[in-house]
Design a protein around this ligand. Sequence first.
Ligand code: PUT
Length: 286
Amino acid sequence: ELRDDQWFTEVFDSHGSAFSLKISEKLLDVQSPYQHLEVYATETYGNLMVLDGCVMLTDRDNFLYHEMIAHPALFTHQDPKRVVIIGGGDCGTLKEVLRHPGVEKVTQIDIDEEVTKASQRFFPSLVASNNDPRAELLFADGVKWVDDAPDESIDVLIIDSTDPVGPAEGLFKTDFLKRCHRILKSGGVMVQQSESPLYHSGSIIRELRHDMQEAGFDSVATLPFPQPVYPSGWWSVTLAGKSIDVNTFREQDAASHGLPLEYYSVDAHRGALVLPPFMRKAFAAE
Ligand code: PUT
């Protein structure tokens, strides 16, 4: 039983820091075949989803992550029609992708159906677009799905994974990135959630950028953005382009989209492409 004064805390051991939220109730606690899934009601951030002890999202601030993993990639591609999301079982990324009227089909492949079920029960705003006829939800191994996909069949590929430890680690490595490169059409864009600029610029992000180039991508861009509930309060996505420069985007379209977004804008996108010197330095020796 929870006491009135209880907190959920995620400890970032290797960085000597932690993040806590005051919780009012535990709403769900299940062990799926893949991971330990918890949902809490918090006092000030709405509902909170936790996987294997790591904060995945809260009602209050998930718009930052979901807008930034979806819209920069979609406004970078010249005409995105066929989109695939690996992971993303909470469906927040899917909702953002479906806001683009030119998108014809989005397939989301998450291995763990329990995550989507939890989202349906406790995060109804994230699943609000799941019945869109353009959306296809599969519960399967995303790596195998990529392997089975035809060459050059996808416009935008979004890797909305958990942290690169355990099962998700392979999603950050050259071998998988090469397979992603194969299924992207020319002009295709891949985007990967890529951890904390403060904690991981010299390690995970730098290695991911290097591995994307090794995998055959012609351009990479890491876009930082605030994310209060993730380690260090700051997060990033890294884009990679196949015969397209992901450091430029459809600015006119991004300025006039008329979508009801809360963080992404043409200026936020421009600003995110201007890296602080410490990140530039960390990436200089790529
Ligand atoms: N989907 C991104 C999860 C990262 C949690 N630290």
